[in-house]
Design a protein around this ligand. Structure first.
Ligand code: PMM
Length: 287
C-alpha cells in the first residue's frame, strides 16, 4: 500500500491472495449479504433453502458484487449463538455450490473457527469475524490459509449489546480496539493489506453512536487499513426515516453508502446489490 493509496482511502490498487483477488483501483467495492438463517433481521428465512441461497448469491455476483458474504448465524440484537455443526450444515453446501460456479470471492461471516475452517475448505476465501479475532485460533487459521480478514468492533455480545451501550470517547475507543486487533492479526502473520477494519454499525451502538462513527469514518480510513462498513437496512435508518420494515430502508441505506464512499471506505456490505452498485459508481465518480 503506498502513501498515495492510504490518502485515497485505506488502500486502492489490487489485493491479490492465493485464493482470490479484489480490484480497488476504481474505489469502493460492494459486498453482497447472503444470510442462510431463519432469523436475520432483514432477510431471515428467505434463503434457508440451499438452492434459493445459491441462486441469490450467484445473482448478486452477476449484478457486480465483488464479494458475497455468507452467514449462518443471525447476530441481530437479542439473538443467541448457533452451534458450529448447524452453521456448517447451513453454510457449507451453499459455499461449495457457489465456489464451483463463480470466481467472486466468498467470505464467511462467523466468529467460530470450526465454521471458518469448513468454509475455507469448501471454497470461501475471506473471513468476516464480528468479534475481530477474539479467538486466537481464528488469527492463526487466517494466517495459515493466507486469506483476508474483516475485524469488526462490537460492544458486548449480540444477546446483550443493545441493552445500554456506553462509551467515554466513542470514536477513540472503537479505533483503539480495531488497531489493537489489527496488530494482533499482523503479529499472527496476516499482512496489513489483508486486514479490513469495520466500526460495527449497530453492534452495541445507539443511533447517535452510529451517526458519530459514520461522521468520523475518515479517521478509520486514515489508519491506512482498508475500511468496511455494514449499514444496510439497519435499525438506525429506520429510526431516522420512520420506516419499520427493513426492506423500506433502501434509500436511507443509499445515503449512508454514498457518504461512506465519499469518506474513503473500501467496501460496503449491503443487501440491495444492484441499487447500491449504482450508488457506489456515482459516488466514486464524484470522488
Ligand atoms: N452486520 C451484520 C452481520 N455481519 N459483518 C460486518 N463485518 N459488519 C457488519 O456491519 C455486519 C456484519 C448484521 O446482520 P445482517 O447480516 O442481517 O445485515
Amino acid at each position: 500500500m503506498t502513501d498515495q493509496d492510504s490518502k485515497r482511502g485505506g488502500g486502492s490498487g489490487v489485493l491479490i491472495w492465493p485464493t482470490g483477488r479484489l480490484d480497488f483501483s476504481a474505489g469502493c467495492l460492494v459486498m453482497g449479504i447472503l444470510n442462510v438463517t431463519p432469523d436475520s433481521f432483514s432477510d431471515g428465512g428467505q434463503f434457508l433453502d440451499a438452492g434459493r441461497a445459491v441462486e441469490h448469491g450467484l445473482a448478486m455476483a452477476s449484478k457486480g458484487a465483488a464479494i458475497v458474504d455468507v452467514g449462518a448465524e443471525s447476530t441481530r440484537p437479542g439473538s443467541s449463538p448457533v452451534p458450529s455443526d448447524e452453521q456448517i450444515r447451513r453454510a457449507i453446501p451453499v459455499i461449495k455450490a457457489m465456489a464451483g460456479q463463480v470466481k467472486t470471492p466468498i467470505s464467511i461471516d462467523t466468529h467460530d473457527v470450526q465454521v471458518a475452517q469448513a468454509a475455507l475448505d469448501a471454497g470461501a476465501s475471506m473471513v468476516n469475524d464480528i468479534t475481530a479475532l477474539a479467538d486466537d485460533r481464528m488469527a492463526r487459521l487466517a494466517a495459515k490459509s493466507q486469506v483476508p480478514v474483516v475485524l469488526m468492533h462490537m460492544q458486548g455480545t449480540p444477546a446483550t449489546m443493545q441493552t445500554k451501550p456506553t462509551y467515554g470517547d466513542l470514536v477513540g475507543e472503537v479505533l483503539a480496539f480495531l488497531l489493537e486487533r489489527a496488530a494482533k492479526a499482523q503479529a499472527a502473520g496476516i499482512p496489513k493489506e489483508r486486514v479490513f477494519i469495520d466500526p460495527g454499525i449497530g453492534f452495541g451502538k445507539t443511533t447517535e453512536h452510529n451517526l458519530a462513527l459514520l461522521r468520523d469514518l475518515n479517521r478509520f480510513v486514515a489508519t491506512g487499513y482498508r475500511v468496511l462498513v455494514g449499514p444496510s437496512r439497519k435499525r438506525f435508518i429506520g429510526q431516522i426515516t420512520g420506516r419499520d420494515n427493513p426492506a423500506d430502508r433502501v434509500f436511507g441505506t443509499a445515503t449512508v453508502v454514498a457518504l461512506c464512499v465519499a469518506a474513503g471506505a473500501s467496501v460496503v456490505r449491503v443487501h440491495d446489490v444492484a441499487a447500491m452498485i449504482d450508488v457506489v459508481k456515482v459516488a466514486r465518480a464524484i470522488r
